[in-house]
Design a protein around this ligand. Sequence first.
Ligand code: NI
Length: 649
Amino acid sequence: MTMHPLDRLTADEIVANRRILDEHGLIGPATRFPLVMLAEPPKAAVLAGASCDRRVSTVLLDRTTGEVRDVLASLTDGKVLSERVVDVRTEGQPPIMGEEFALVEKILWADEAWCTAMARRGLTEPSRIRISALSAGAFGIAGEEGRRLVRCLSFLQLSDDDNVWAHPIDGIVAYVDLITGEVVELIDDGIFPIPGEKADFHLPVATRDSQKPLHITQPQGPSFTVDGNVVTWEKWQFRIGFDQVEGLTLHQISLGDRSIVYRASVAEMVVPYGDPSPVRFWQNYFDAGEYSLGKDTNALTLGCDCLGEIHYFDAAIADDDGNPRLLPNAICMHEEDYGLLWKHTDMYNGSSSVRRQRRLVVSFFITVGNYDYGFYWYLYLDGTIQLECKATGVVFASAHPGGDYPWASEIAPGVGAPFHQHLFSARLDMALDGPGNAVDEVDAVRVPVSETNPYGNAFTRRSTRLRTESEGARLADGSVGRTWHISNPSVLNAVGRPVGYTLHPEGQPTLLADESSSIAKRAAFTTRHLWVTAQDDTERYPAGRFVNQNPGLTGIDTWVRADRDIDGTDIVVWHTFGLTHFPRTEDWPIMPVDYTGFVLKPSGFFDRNPALDVPAPAAHPATGGCCSAQPDVPAPAAHPAAGGCCSAR
Ligand code: NI
């Protein structure tokens, strides 16, 4: 079987990779596989259509020594190409694995000091205390250097089917070494009342009976076709990818045979918390780099989030032992009606025209501890690309001390929800009509009254080219409607301007933690809404390759010190966006979906509206649509030249 260089790893390939590493003597009884990923060939080789061998990048962790190895193997040649030991002190640790959640419970339930601290809180049955293994960050705390650590907060589980997040055991945190199995530090800040009110939204409740069925049907099937990993829908075409860190990736997105984006993904996301309490000042979770979006992906057989004619893609990922694990229905794809695309009723020629918008939705959903996130890419008929991230699940709870505690909302009696942000980084490897792209910052500008503006009505826009990486680190500014226009200076449109797409940011707050904080260094990508870097296949994750416990030495802020040229060359656009979450009572006990994202809109890319050839909507059988020819419902007359909405199809 011929594979495309960007085809997703198959289960057979994951098996072959493990065998190659085994034959090379790299696997012992204590070896774990935190990361097993397709090593994508260089962009230049893919675009040149060169034949590329299938390579796999594997990170190995020795559970007994803590040694981390970074291995590159060729499946084509059946051999290990390179391997090295990772310096975990400067480069960081591999992500936290599923088995380590179970491990910390085993360690703490058996720890005498921890059990004594729990007994002081009246808790004498350790197995009722559930432990959350939370990423440790890097705070320069003496004795932590080089250790593989998690920080553990505890929750009381009242019964087997109880929602534990409702019963935080506050005031105590344990720092656990995952290699030695030791409790390195136990911080007891005092005893807080444990909220006892149940929050079991998952158990049957009396439901309203007002809803009638709502079905979306496509009797002739969807309008897309799928050939392996290649999707074609309307004039769009792209490849589906799946990365263990990023989850869903989209490759070689084109419209009408014109290239738009070479590779698009959410390359990192971080949830920094704002409570300086001695037991939670360290709470910052990088859900991609520390927990792996791909590994945490939901198998949507368990309940789907999409309505209509769905196409699912399964995903094969490696488990912690390097064996394939199939995620059935990991990626969900369908098309949606999206209201109006365009419409006009003309008073002079008597025409009435309307077209409906559709979008293709490609999505996946993850669960990381208490939170659940959906990542939805939308492609529209008019050339728009949108990413929408959905945050839901259960907010992380604390014991609320009452009064005007400035760092958390009281969301239920005695239950606090510390303030936090959800900050995402989209990596957009741009290729508008080819790789030579540039970015301009575009602001709306007020113009004072002058001789040429005597009535003061004038306003204009100012476009500023971002020429180097240091100039490419930018903040959004809603007061001037700031956007970033990405263009190809060497391809001109019908009015002689470079073809382009515009990135429309939401412009919500960037990182709110102090700029001297550990998180500002480790998640430097969150300190700007925009970064533009020279394309480099190795610069894939904006907080670095090993994010867990990385002190902040290998992220995007360190790459841009090279200050490479970004003007009319092969560039990657990185966009930070997200939610600043002051939890509401309505977010309890489970949070209605909150949304964040961005829009990438064609802006001078097409010479006119690219959706003029969308057919008019079909008539609704019952009421008669605008195009029905029922004698008692006169349809607007079609203009013979332009064809109204009722022109014959
Ligand atoms: Ni939140």
